[in-house]
Write a protein that binds this ligand. Structure first.
Ligand SMILES: C[S@@+](CC[C@H](N)C(=O)[O-])C[C@H]1O[C@@H](n2cnc3c(N)ncnc32)[C@H](O)[C@@H]1O
Length: 216
């Protein structure tokens, strides 16, 4: 199920001036059937990097590097992004794209299970993009919050999961029920987490944007 009306998505897509180098990476992702974000989410991530003065980014779930390209492009020269991917082939594709885009110096691809790797990176991060294994969303939340600086932003993708988080809306369900249940539980936890101020946005497949409260 498409969350946003296709005509509205089409209208918004037509406003986008396009980004040929990134478009090639998106086309590759589509050809390989990788579940990457769309340009509207890419631009949203880039806008957040600029608006928050982000220097350090952590991404869970690299795929072929499409969202990381958007995150990396507008970082300041001393900025850096760590992106985690369990599949070495996908990590290899992503590394190639970072090279081609002249962004390789600011991107470190960490190959391995994010459940383990998230404990091997040191914070604080200004922005974290959580787009890996849905079953890990909830177990990883405390670690990700601890890696975020106060005022830092956690963005979580797929929180609406094609509408399947709404009980009975999509019948029969097409998504793995365990993933749907995990995302629904994560959303409840995120909404109730007093360490964070969270807004759920119906952009593409649903984005949760959470700011870590506090000043130190
Ligand atoms: C939704 S895709 C990421 C898409 C990417 N953020 C983008 O929009 O361009 C999720 C990725 O997470 C990877 N992944 C799945 N389980 C993982 C794990 N336990 N640790 C690290 N990466 C994992 C998958 O191989 C997949 O490439």
């Amino acid at each position: 199920m498409q969350i946003v009306d296709p005509d509205i998505e089409g209208y918004l897509a037509a406003l986008d001036p396009g980004d040929p180098p990134f478009a090639r990476v998106a086309a590759e992702g589509e050809a390989l059937r990788l579940p990457i974000v769309n340009p509207a989410v890419g631009r949203f991530l880039e806008m957040l990097v600029i608006a928050t003065g982000t220097h350090r980014v952590l991404e869970i779930g690299t795929a072929n590097g499409y969202s990381a390209l958007w995150l990396a492009r507008s970082l300041p020269p001393d900025g850096e992004i760590f992106t985690m991917e369990i599949d070495p082939e996908r990590a290899g594709l992503a590394r190639g794209h970072f090279q081609e885009a002249g962004l390789a110096e600011r991107v470190s691809v960490i190959v391995g299970d994010a459940a383990r790797m998230a404990h091997k990176v040191a914070g604080p991060f200004d922005l974290i993009f959580n787009d890996g294994d849905k079953l890990q969303y909830e177990p990883l939340l405390d670690r990700l919050v601890s890696l975020l600086r106060p005022g830092g932003v956690l963005v979580t993708d797929n929180v609406l999961w094609d509408g399947e988080v709404v009980p009975g809306l999509v019948t029969p369900p097409r998504r793995e029920p365990a993933d749907t249940a995990a995302i629904a539980a994560y959303n409840r936890r995120l909404a109730a987490d007093h360490r964070l101020a969270t807004s759920f946005l119906p952009l593409r497949d649903g984005l949760a944007v959470s700011v870590r409260r506090g000043t130190s």
